[in-house]
Design a protein around this ligand. Structure first.
Ligand code: MG
Length: 295
């Protein structure tokens, strides 16, 4: 199932998107037509409910008819989690060829490199990404698979790690390379407003049997820049969750961006940074396409 957050004049709601990716079932409204019990309003509340949420959705899907699905076009798609509770965890240099394009073979990490992005970076599919020309002249894209944590845990073993995953989405870790380099730690260069487009939806983990065998492709104005597969991860999702949770509690709704493949703008000679009007599309097999334009 694909879970989306959308809004119209009446407000925000969560829904299930159909197979075609063009129609949405407003979950709470549909639930209230058949049941007189509470239903979560937001994606974070839904993820917090855990298995109970998924059971409710299954129950609902058995009872609703096709007419309850509405055209997705009439809504604005927001990020699936529009305002995360915490910073977004990100893995740096998780594809060997990307580590090499950013430096040399010496840059292939022995342990996961972890940095974060501020929650104020998050925008949805279709939203404009600000060009930030007053503060950077080296804005760059990074198409990535993102993992949404579904269950609280610390000291999570590699064996159990995937049980803690609620689902998967697409994330573009837009980066100001000059600020990333100037400030040593990545945080400022990774946290400019609107530089974390995410979505268009979360695909539930039950539908992605092999998260380490997904094609991932980033295009700029239709030109393929990044083309890889998650089988090329240096650190698989199990290892990332295991390492992050060793002494730090992961919680439902936490977002982990798993790193970007080779082909970022900085990797070209000369570099090909983003400019106003550029259209970025990141496509991941079995999930969908995340599209955003630079202002
Ligand atoms: Mg990244």
């Amino acid at each position: 199932m694909k879970f989306v957050t959308v809004k119209d004049q009446s407000g925000e709601f969560i829904g299930v998107v159909d197979e075609s990716g063009t129609r949405v079932l407003p979950l709470k409204k549909a639930w209230e037509e058949i049941e007189n019990t509470p239903f979560p309003d937001t994606m974070l509340q839904a993820i917090d409910l855990g298995d109970e949420f998924i059971e409710k959705v299954h129950k609902l899907m058995e009872k609703v008819n096709i007419d309850s699905f509405l055209s997705l076009d009439q809504y604005t798609i927001l990020a699936p989690i529009p305002t995360p509770r915490k910073n977004i965890y990100c893995v740096g240099k998780n594809y060997a060829k990307h580590a090499i394009e950013m430096g040399s073979k010496e840059d292939i990490p022995e342990h996961p490199i972890i940095f974060t992005k501020s929650p104020t970076t998050v925008v949805g599919c279709g939203a404009e990404v600000l060009n930030h020309q007053q503060v950077t002249s080296e804005l760059d894209y990074e198409g990535e698979l993102a993992v949404i944590i579904g269950k609280k845990g610390r000291g999570i073993s590699r064996e159990d790690a995937l049980d803690y995953v609620f689902g998967y989405t697409i994330l573009n870790d837009v980066t100001a390379r000059d600020l990333q380099a100037q400030h040593k730690q990545y945080f400022i260069g990774k946290s400019l407003d609107t530089t974390c487009p995410m979505g268009p939806w979360i695909v539930h983990s039950s539908e992605i049997e092999k998260p380490h065998n997904l094609n991932i492709e980033t295009k700029i104005n239709g030109e393929v820049r990044q083309s890889s597969n998650t089988e090329n991860f240096i650190f698989p999702i199990e290892e990332i969750i295991h390492v992050l949770s060793k002494g730090m509690t992961l919680e439902p709704g936490d977002i982990i961006a798993t790193g970007t493949p080779e082909g970022v703008g900085k990797g070209f000679k000369p570099p090909r940074f983003l400019k106003s009007g550029d259209v970025m599309t990141v496509t991941i097999e079995q999930i969908g396409t995340l599209t955003n334009t630079i202002s």
